[in-house]
Design a protein around this ligand. Structure first.
Ligand SMILES: Cc1cc2nc3c(=O)[nH]c(=O)nc-3n(C[C@H](O)[C@H](O)[C@H](O)COP(=O)(O)OP(=O)(O)OC[C@H]3O[C@@H](n4cnc5c(N)ncnc54)[C@H](O)[C@@H]3O)c2cc1C
Length: 303
């Protein structure tokens, strides 16, 4: 447990940037999640380094979030310190074919800069509501591409408070995974390599992707995108639908009638409701098809 002394120390180090008992539902796309003991939004990388070093010195657990669009936080909330990497760490710069973006920059913002500069590569990401940090850690992808094909190198901050770099080849990217999911480090910045492409073509491709999402995803309700990874050669949505679970509702959580790999929050769904649907989907799909579904979302928090 982080005690009130640690909270006071952090408030002195980062005035106006530290809150206690912040409801995590305000920071997740599912609009679900209990309080975080200490919640910090650093104003830049120096403040980020300060809070990380302080947590290390005082041995308080620290968890990093971006836009919370791939997260299920339980009602028990999060012990220790939650650091939100947001728009204050959101600088985007370009040089030739290179785009450098801080971890808190929205993927949509990076894609817009790329489009305006006639740099191709980020079209696939249209409609993914994450930050650069979350996208790199998750190796976010869609439409046959993923961010790993653009990443050149990443600037990280260790939980001891030291900056270091990693090249693409050392990040072990895979389908919705990277070594950064198990490495105790924070993504601070990423450098991407794009290619020249006609602006009109980029715009048209992004519009096409966005339109398809509007038609095939339940964007009118809070959700966290795909709950499960697609098993090799198949789609989790197809399997869940074929198992007869489309539309199934527990409390205010529902397996979407539009896309069965999405679980939507109809109003006051709890993490427990979502997790019950997750378990049901897993059991049914295993029973019907012998396929073990793997979670794509990250579940965090106390019971
Ligand atoms: C409507 C909708 C559509 C979606 N479509 C897609 C899609 O097509 N493809 C896809 O891949 N995903 C999709 N997602 C899921 C999600 O947007 C992506 O996984 C995104 O990359 C997560 O970014 P985030 O900033 O929200 O990360 P968060 O959800 O905040 O965090 C995700 C994980 O990354 C870690 N993390 C976040 N930032 C950092 C950092 N700076 N340093 C270290 N660790 C960090 C967190 O600890 C957590 O483990 C969708 C989600 C929604 C709601």
């Amino acid at each position: 447990m982080a005690d009130s002394a640690i909270c006071r120390e952090l408030q002195e180090l980062l005035p106006g940037r530290v809150r206690t008992g912040e409801p995590m539902k305000n920071h997740t796309s599912w609009r679900i999640g209990g309080p975080s003991e200490i919640f910090v939004e650093p104003a830049g990388r120096e403040e980020l380094q300060l809070v990380v070093s302080h947590a290390h010195r005082r041995q308080v657990p620290l968890m990093v979030i971006g836009n919370g669009s791939n997260l299920l936080v339980t009602e028990g909330g999060i012990r220790g310190i939650v650091v939100k990497i947001g728009s204050d760490l959101g600088r985007i710069t370009t040089r030739d074919l290179r785009i450098t973006a801080e971890a808190g920059a929205k993927l949509a913002g990076v894609a817009a800069v790329a489009r305006d500069k006639g740099l191709g590569g980020f079209e696939f990401s249209a409609g993914i509501p994450g930050t650069v940090g979350g996208a790199v850690v998750m190796n976010a992808g869609a439409n046959g591409s993923s961010i790993c094909s653009l990443v050149h190198k990443v600037l990280l901050l260790s939980l001891e408070g030291e900056f270091y770099q990693k090249a693409n080849k050392d990040i072990s990217f895979g389908y919705r995974t990277s070594i950064l999911q198990s490495e105790p480090a924070i993504v601070v910045e990423a450098e991407f390599f794009c290619h020249f492409k006609d602006k009109k073509e980029i715009t048209a491709e992004m519009e096409r992707h966005l339109n398809r999402r509007r038609q095939t995803q339940p964007l009118g309700y809070p959700n966290a995108g795909s709950v499960f990874k697609n098993p090799p050669g198949d789609s989790a949505g197809r399997l869940i639908e074929a198992a007869g679970l489309k539309g199934l509702r527990i409390g205010d959580a529902q397996i979407s009638t539009v896309h069965a790999n999405f679980i939507i929050n109809l109003g006051s769904a709890t993490a427990r409701d979502i997790l019950k649907l997750v378990e049901l989907a897993r059991e049914k799909v295993l029973g019907c098809f012998g396929v073990e579904l793997q979670l794509e979302i990250k579940v965090i928090g106390n019971d």
